[in-house]
Design a binder for this molecule. Structure first.
Ligand code: SF4
Length: 209
């Protein structure tokens, strides 16, 4: 048969003299004597250590949160809200424009054309590129902030198309700027343009964006 036993008596707290603390009114310690007893030094260290440890832990957590939550969230938002430059070069530009109309509604994918290259991260080259316009195209590309991507839309932008042998036509816009996605067709339909944009989103995800 078990029963409740009395708790052991709690020892009284040690006196200041037992801890080595100076009594009130006592003389200050001389050189070579410990001003503060060892136990007190340990307490002071602990007081400094706990806030420092808390700060280290919170910064580590913040770093992990940035890597695991913030950066992937920003990347997800970025690749699902591509802003193409609002411009057109030739007949493919009509398909580009149609893609943003009510029937195909590219904006449902978060793709919104902007009229300033400084607000864009996507250049859709939608037509024949001539050498005369080449330096303008490069200037527009260079004004876009990083990260940025290029889609060559249609046979002309991809390789010169039916005008490949003409003296005035650039045989592919990749001679001027780096191209991420090529869309075949003369002209490609708006559905093909949407497919190209979705493939670009996949590509950005594969590259870690
Ligand atoms: S690929 Fe065809 S439709 Fe597109 S710009 Fe060239 S000629 Fe025009």
């Amino acid at each position: 048969m078990g029963g409740l036993s009395a708790a052991p008596p709690v020892p009284p707290p040690p006196s200041k003299e037992a801890l080595g603390l100076p009594a009130p009114g006592a003389e200050l310690p001389v050189v070579g004597q410990a001003a503060v007893p060892f136990a007190e030094i340990e307490t002071l260290r602990a007081r400094e250590f706990i806030p420092a440890a808390k700060e280290t832990l919170s910064s580590l957590l913040a770093e992990r949160a940035q890597g695991k939550v913030l950066r992937p969230t920003f990347n997800w938002a970025g690749r699902n809200s591509l802003f193409p430059l609002h411009w057109g070069l030739a007949c493919c530009a009509i398909e580009f424009a149609a893609g943003f109309g009510a029937r195909w509604d590219a904006e449902r994918f978060g793709v919104v054309p902007r009229s300033s290259p400084r607000q864009c991260d996507l250049l859709i080259v939608n037509g024949t590129v001539t050498w005369k316009v080449a330096h303008k195209l490069i200037a527009l590309y260079e004004q876009m902030p990083e990260p940025k991507w290029v889609i060559a839309m249609g046979n002309c932008a991809t390789g010169g198309g039916p005008f490949r042998t003409a003296y005035s036509v650039v045989p592919g816009v990749d001679k001027l700027v780096p191209v991420d996605v090529y869309i075949a067709g003369c002209p490609p339909r708006p559905e093909a343009m949407l497919e190209g944009i979705l493939r670009l989103e996949d590509l950005i995800r594969e590259r870690g964006g």
